[in-house]
Design a protein around this ligand. Sequence first.
Ligand code: SAH
Length: 349
Amino acid sequence: MSPVNLVGQLPSELEDLAVELGASRYRGRQLATWIYRKSVFDLEAMTDLPKDFRARLGEVAFVEVPVPERLTPSQDGSQKLVFALDGGARISSVLMPDDDRITLCVSTQVGCGFACAFCLTGVMGLERNLTASEILGQVLAANRLLGEGRRATHIVFMGMGEPLANYAALVKALRILTDAKLGLGYSPRRITVSTVGLVPGIEKLGREDLKVNLAISLHAATDEVRERLMPVNRSFDLAALMGAVKRYPLASRQRVFFEYVMLEDVNDTMDDAHRLARLLRGVRAKVNLIPFNDWEGAPFRRPPLARILAFQSVLLDAGITTTVRWSKGEDVGAACGQLWESREATVGG
Ligand code: SAH
């Protein structure tokens, strides 16, 4: 058996491993505490573990947090982290500081298989799923980069890939992130999972009792337009999607986020805004309008500012909380829909 990375193992799995190695479950809890709560990634530094246990552990396991191969700071204070994975693929995360909030955007797949027409990651196609270790590794690496006493305050699963298409690894990472005793102790209200609208995945996630925020990449208020932009709409249309959204369990004052990329003359008219307001009637919704971020060869344009603000007013008048999300890191290819990494070190991004 090849050695396993302890990063990405559930605390309960670390306990099981300790038992397999002839130690008590308590040793597993100590391991979880060192890795997830104290950010110590060197077995030798875990001083309260017996020496022979550490030696046996070292034969079957290791602790590894990825080191970003490249850091690209943007003019606006955000930073893109590029990681080279085993096997040669690359993924990126984006750190976005904003006053006392630091949001980290993480990837869940290498590439993406959903081929949304406006998204550059979709052009890559799907190469593979990330492991829980690779997902969590992005968080631990970013927090290490922020340094002593600082860490990402919010985590959004809005990087490369479709989180709900990598369900098992996603949920494992979420459990470790939200475990208050032996994990990273993130409040689920500071974690957001964004999806193209995979109905069975939304329903399953709702049953996990994780209480994380759900974001839906909506982008259109009619099936006709949505199908043109997002092939996934042929499998799960708006009626099915909105049904699943309405059944997603929400805590008091929690809302479902809807992302709506604004594409000139495609989905940005006043009629579109009114249709969107009708679609969201009866849903505890917050809408994020994302002005389209351009990439080379993209068949869309960003609407003029006035059009975006008029669209927003219609939603606000309908009583729907709506913000315009100006993406961060556009100058370094870190903005929504711009994440693309090549297998070679010198190009891309
Ligand atoms: N696959 C998931 C997670 C990615 S989130 C999902 O789609 O929700 C990334 C967000 O950026 C999505 O809402 C996506 O639709 C949006 N996006 C993609 N391309 C974009 C672009 N060129 N400009 C602005 N937003 C874009």
